[in-house]
Design a protein around this ligand. Sequence first.
Ligand code: SAH
Ligand code: SF4
Ligand code: F3S
Length: 569
Amino acid sequence: MSAGRVYLETFGCQMNELDSELVSGALVSLGYRFVPGPDEADVVLYNTCSVREHAEQKVWSRLGELALRKKDDPGLVVGVLGCMAERDGTDLIRRMPVVDVLCGPGELDKLPSLVDNALRTRRSLMADAPDARPADGIDRRSARQVALQGNASRRTATLAAAEDSLEQLDLSRSTSPLDTPGRRSAYVRITRGCNKFCTYCVVPFTRGAEVHRPPDHIIDECRRLADAGVVEITLLGQTVNHYRFEHGAAVTVGGVTQPQKGRAFTGGHARDPLAGANVTTFADLLRRIHEEVPHLGRLRFVTSYPRDFGDDVLEVIRDHPRICRYLHVPAQSGSDRLLKAMNRGYTVGEYVEFIDRARAVLDQPEIGRPLTLSGDFIVGFPGETEDDFASTVALLRRARYKNAFIFKYSPRPGTVAFDRLEDDVPEDVKRRRNNHLLAVQTEVSDEISKEYLGRTVGVFVEGPSRKQRKAERAGRPAPGATGTIPLTIAGRDADRSPAAEGALEAGAADAEAGTIQWASRTDGDLIVFFDAPSPDTGRDLTGRLLRVEVTGASNLALFGTLSRDPAPV
Ligand code: SAH
Ligand code: SF4
Ligand code: F3S
């Protein structure tokens, strides 16, 4: 009996994309096969996000559709993984009895056995009563498999997450991302969870306490990926620059060093006094990866927390050419009063001091190494006045982000803001502020893009552009497609806007016969499209580091042609 056909759809952040890749690898190694659509699948899995209500609604509607299908196909196994599973817990099953498997992001190492159990139980129930429908008395609960962390991850304050079995999931990364055709970039987690407790945010509840992975595990993983042909690695953490591993406090279980509870150094941008001796700081980690994985083409990291960003990190980026000069540092608001209500732990002044300091060290367009920044903002947070909003607009202009992700405040049950602050900004005001901020950002992005006209930029080629892939899929389905494990061309909601798709479409339509549109990114994360011969001509550019002369610029992307100048990037 084959293990089963799986369809997996991923919502939410890069952390979820990585989790999906890791669990897919684990399932494939057990004999599961991935299919590109839910209709052909025996197991449908959604890896979910809870950060805003809208993210959850998409999953509710998918589950509603599956509930209808399951009436005719009672053998189907449905699983909800990720942050929504953890946040809603068994209430989710109560509301959607179609769900057989519930697995929080801290328990994903158990997913293969949960799926296996659910599938076996369903199959044996079906064998006993092949014509049965759920209503005919099959005990649907007996197939149900649940693994949630609850608040276990916060129970012990001192010990590392001893016997952190989740670490095994990252360590046993069983497929290289190269199993996804053409994939040459990968995510590597360095930190799990979050200790910040911003008042609006569910992540500390869904992902648990902050733990840092041992540096040797991270470096080994980077090396294995680079050995397998990965050119670009993005390190992941919710507050990635908080990474700090104290070797003296390391716990070993069965010969394996365990991840360690977060005890971030909070000395502002002064140097960590223990750095070098007994502690691997974030700066040390970046330096070690750069030095110990010399065949890695690019190293990047997201998401940075604006406070406590040490000069040591900025200097390591400046001094190591393969570390990208791109910082994603969400500000959330330009009003001190709101930053306080959000529990962000910094003032607008401190934020501006940080970006000025980062620019002073890293912004060197004259040697072809500009610094780019991107940010996140929440509009319509409880109590946000027109004055607060005006301060946010001013900060967005001042920071000169190359792009910004702008979200309307969404009250999340279980958070402090939900319990204590009334969601008092009306929806139409939220929408107006959202659109206004987007319009200002579009202006700024447009200006920044135009500065690149006529320049030659080094790019990492991610593959045929999304539009191009879509067109090809429509024409001839790719054999062995791995479901919806996403490529990393566009990581987040804002990248998937109809406007961005439109830009791609325009580009793709212009392509000459025999050439296709390729998508690439600069070291500063600017998207660059260029036309070049298609891989069918024997020249697959995916994963190459090339130079592109910029001939067109919009607020969303740059357009150009491959440079004939052979100088290294
Ligand atoms: N760890 C990252 C962000 C993770 S969540 C950081 O602190 O910067 C990604 C983004 O979602 C946040 O930056 C925030 O802008 C947005 N977000 C989180 N909770 C939200 C909520 N309840 N309503 C609206 N936006 C939210
Ligand atoms: Fe959420 Fe704040 Fe943690 Fe980011 S730092 S994940 S916004 S709690
Ligand atoms: Fe969403 Fe969880 Fe990521 S809530 S943003 S998937 S950490």
